[in-house]
Ligand binder design. Structure first.
Ligand code: PMM
Length: 295
């Protein structure tokens, strides 16, 4: 059983095939030409499907399909184009039994993806960009990931000025959680995410990551995305001069997965699935011996 300081159970409403006794690995499938680390690799829908299935073979429990890059300064995508990119990929994965999450800001895209078989709505704006998305998710009984951010992709980098970082993030997420409840989303279908790298500078992401207990206190399972993010660069082999590429941060990403799994987060969102699946397995192998007398 999970007992880490961040453990708040698992959201209701997912298929029984989804494990509940350990941290889940959510594989990232960006069907976009411009995501920060893998943009362009899976624009072709056949290649996207193959990559999604490959991630499952490598240990992904969930696949998060996105058709619009959320990186700072990314060009917004029209929902019609976004649906064209993601809907066939969601449907094909869901038909093969994959539990799919749709990473979108748009109610229309969420609705199309849910109709195509997605079970989770992952909105990095937590319903700020398009409030109707919360109603769409509520009607479908979907699990909803509410992520912290401020502003939009084009403005968030300039909005990292907090009175008191961790309490401010928690209060802002709590507001979005309340909006989700008001829209009719059941409390046990809400997952919270601190939004590392979203309106946060490098050291702020590290601080929020260390102090996640403050977010877990709201009582919902947590999903955390560290994968390949710039804040990792300051600590790892690609160095504080940040000359490395996002892929150079995969080992650091897996290290964060091990720590987060030991603490009991519900899920981590990663690009390189296998090392994180192994990190979760390592944490799970240690878990039965936690709380020993130290000898
Ligand atoms: N990060 C990105 C995109 N979507 N969703 C959630 N819930 N949490 C995250 O940290 C997150 C996200 C960053 O972009 P990428 O898809 O290019 O990695």
């Amino acid at each position: 059983m999970r007992t880490g300081d961040l453990f708040r159970g698992a959201p209701a409403g997912l298929p029984a095939s989804v494990p509940t006794g350990r941290t889940l690995v959510m594989g990232v499938l960006n069907v976009t030409p411009d995501s920060f680390s893998d943009g362009g690799a899976y624009v072709d829908q056949g290649a996207a499907l193959a990559h999604g299935l490959d991630m499952v073979a490598r240990g992904a429990d969930l696949v998060d399909v996105g058709g619009e890059s959320t990186r700072p300064g990314a060009t917004p995508v029209d929902p019609a184009e976004e649906i064209r990119r993601v809907e066939p990929v969601v449907r094909a994965l869901a038909e093969r039994g994959v539990v799919v999450s749709i990473d979108t800001l748009h109610a229309a895209t969420a609705a199309a993806a849910l109709e195509a078989g997605a079970r989770i709505v992952n909105d990095v704006s937590a319903g700020v960009h398009d409030p109707e998305i919360l109603h769409v998710a509520a009607r479908a009984g979907a699990v909803v990931v509410l992520q912290h951010r401020r502003g939009e992709a084009g403005t968030m980098t300039a909005l990292a000025d907090y009175d008191d970082l961790v309490p401010d993030v928690v209060a802002e997420v709590a507001e979005r959680r309340d909006a989700a409840l008001a829209a009719g989303i059941a409390a046990d279908r809400i997952v919270l995410d601190p939004g590392l790298g979203f309106a946060k500078e490098g050291t702020q992401s590290w601080e929020v990551l260390e102090r996640l207990e403050a977010l877990a206190v709201l009582g919902h399972p947590l999903l955390v995305g560290t994968s390949r993010k710039r804040f990792l660069a300051a600590a790892v082999a690609d160095g504080p001069d940040r000359t490395g590429t996002p892929v150079d941060r995969d080992a650091a990403t897996a290290a964060t997965t091990a720590l987060l799994a030991a603490r009991g987060v519900w899920a981590v969102r990663v690009h390189d699935v296998r090392p994180s699946a192994d990190a979760v397995a390592v944490a799970a192998a240690l878990a039965p011996f936690a709380g020993g007398d130290g000898r």
